[in-house]
Design a protein around this ligand. Structure first.
Ligand code: TXA
Ligand code: MG
Length: 332
């Protein structure tokens, strides 16, 4: 059932559902989440079951404000605090050392916890209402509201299509950011970028004075991150990434053929086939991110079997979009 997230009654109903151990489709500024009370292990288990997600892939705990950090994290390094000051509320998740009793199922028992304070007004209203309940719900665990490995949802309708009508979904409109939050591991003494997003490496460096390392610059990488698996975000169609030249050659070879092929391009292209679906990718990375997952779903819907995408520029601003596309392509 989809409820209007702007109504206070919907927000209260959503908070009560979470307190009762039910699941909720929750809008955030990045993507829609499949939410449950972080400290209710049975409710959190339902998230894993509904998504078909392995239980050892930890979930992000969403909080109403930075004050709630002390309920989940043992300590906050100085650079992490600088990132919180700069980017919360917003699309940034920090991995911090976990308090032993907090969010056990949600973190798969790992000694760290991922925390994020979303800026979406509906998410914020629900988290605030949860804090005011008796007993309070301090944290809400929410992975993206899609089946494991599939494209993340950016509208309430995407969530309803994926999980059916029994799930309570708050409609908060189309997501502004469109790709999942940037994840920074703050448990290793220096910031480590686990998942790129709309907050870029450059943004992080400006805020805390440290250039974030990449996962592969670390000697060992233990925490699991399904959003960091090589093959993820897969539409039904097979995705291939190409540069502009390769894309043009492929179109030239096809000539007037090309049924069931969709092309998502940045450079001008010549295409002789009326059967091919052509869509132009926005020139700005933030706009491209906003429409990316919806576009992949649209291509599936029109029955495309192949999606050819022009590889975006190799710059920090495009890192999040490139990452999602590379992993959508690896799934094929
Ligand atoms: O934007 C977002 O982050 C969205 C919205 C709903 O907030 N959520 C999201 O959740 O993308 P999910 O579960 O699809 O991705 C969360 C990522 C996973 O890759 C998970 O493994 C990683 O965060 N993660 C969570 N806790 C972690 C931890 N303690 N250590 C390492 N990675 C962690
Ligand atoms: Mg996900």
């Amino acid at each position: 059932m989809i409820l209007d997230g702007k109504l206070d009654a919907s927000v209260q109903a959503a908070a009560a559902a979470l307190q009762n151990g039910q699941l909720l489709g929750l809008p955030t500024e990045t993507v829609y989440g499949l939410a449950a009370d972080s400290d209710n292990d049975a409710a959190v288990a339902q998230i894993f079951a509904a998504k078909g997600r392995p239980a050892n892939h930890p979930l992000i705990v969403h909080v109403a404000d930075a004050g709630a950090i002390t309920r989940y994290a043992k300590q906050v390094p100085v650079f992490a605090q600088q990132l919180i000051d700069a980017f919360w509320p917003g699309p940034l998740t920090l991995i911090l050392p976990r308090l032993p009793q907090a969010a056990k199922a949600s973190t798969g028992g790992q000694d760290s916890v991922g925390l994020r304070c979303p800026s979406h007004p509906v998410a914020h209203a629900v988290l605030k209402a949860c804090q005011q309940l008796q007993p309070p719900v301090w944290g809400v665990s929410a992975p993206s509201a899609n089946k494991f490995g599939r494209v993340s949802p950016t509208t309430a309708q995407h969530v309803a299509t994926e999980f059916g009508d029994e799930l309570l979904v708050l409609d908060g409109g189309a997501c502004e950011v469109g790709i999942e939050s940037t994840i920074v591991d703050c448990t290793r003494g220096v910031p480590v970028l686990l998942r790129p997003g709309s907050i870029t490496r450059d943004d992080i460096q400006r805020a805390c004075g440290l250039r974030p390392l990449s996962k592969d610059e670390l000697p060992t990488h233990t925490p699991r991150a399904s959003g960091t698996l090589l093959a993820h975000y897969a539409p039904n169609a097979k995705v291939r990434l190409m540069d502009a030249k390769q894309l043009q050659s492929a179109l030239d070879i096809l000539g007037r053929e090309g049924k069931h092929i969709a092309v998502y391009h940045r450079s001008p292209l010549k295409c002789a086939s009326p059967a091919i679906t052509l869509r132009a990718m926005p020139q700005q990375a933030l706009e491209a991110a906003r429409e990316l997952f919806g576009m992949l779903r649209d291509f599936d819907e029109i029955g495309a079997q192949l999606i050819w995408i022009e590889t975006p520029p190799d710059t920090p601003a495009w890192e999040g979009v490139r990452d999602r596309l590379q992993r959508a392509a690896a799934a094929g």
